[in-house]
Design a protein around this ligand. Sequence first.
Ligand SMILES: [Zn+2]
Length: 155
Amino acid sequence: MPSYCELCGGSTQGLKTVIIDGSIFNVCLSCSKRGKPYQPPIPKKQISNQPPKKQISNQPSTKKPFQKPTNLKFNKIEFFDDNVLKSDFADIIHNARLKKGYTQEYVANKINEKVTLFKKIETGGLKPNEIISKKLERFLGIQLYERLIEDDDEV
Ligand SMILES: [Zn+2]
């Protein structure tokens, strides 16, 4: 594609861009000597290395406003004492005593309780308190208390 000098109109290879009288001309090599070399302004590259915008978290907050727990029930306390006196404690004591061949007086003396009290217990007329029960359990080798809660041993 031939190029033509804007000054002399001659065909030329390799136009020179010059400034002549403040105007830009594409001229031939000979005509370029009449002007000043034109330095095209270097287009400023768009600086694209801007720091990435910080992701502003606009996500709706999942935090719920603090609420006082109102449904806390301490059911556990109901099971604090999960050992209950066996209903047949009297028979257990009576049978254990007979097995050992102890008299009521002997047992009562050993557990440091009155015989009348022990008789009432052995006949079921009186429930032994925990201390007496423990003494009887230890002395007679019996168990008067049983766990109220069964262990979860489902097979
Ligand atoms: Zn020319």
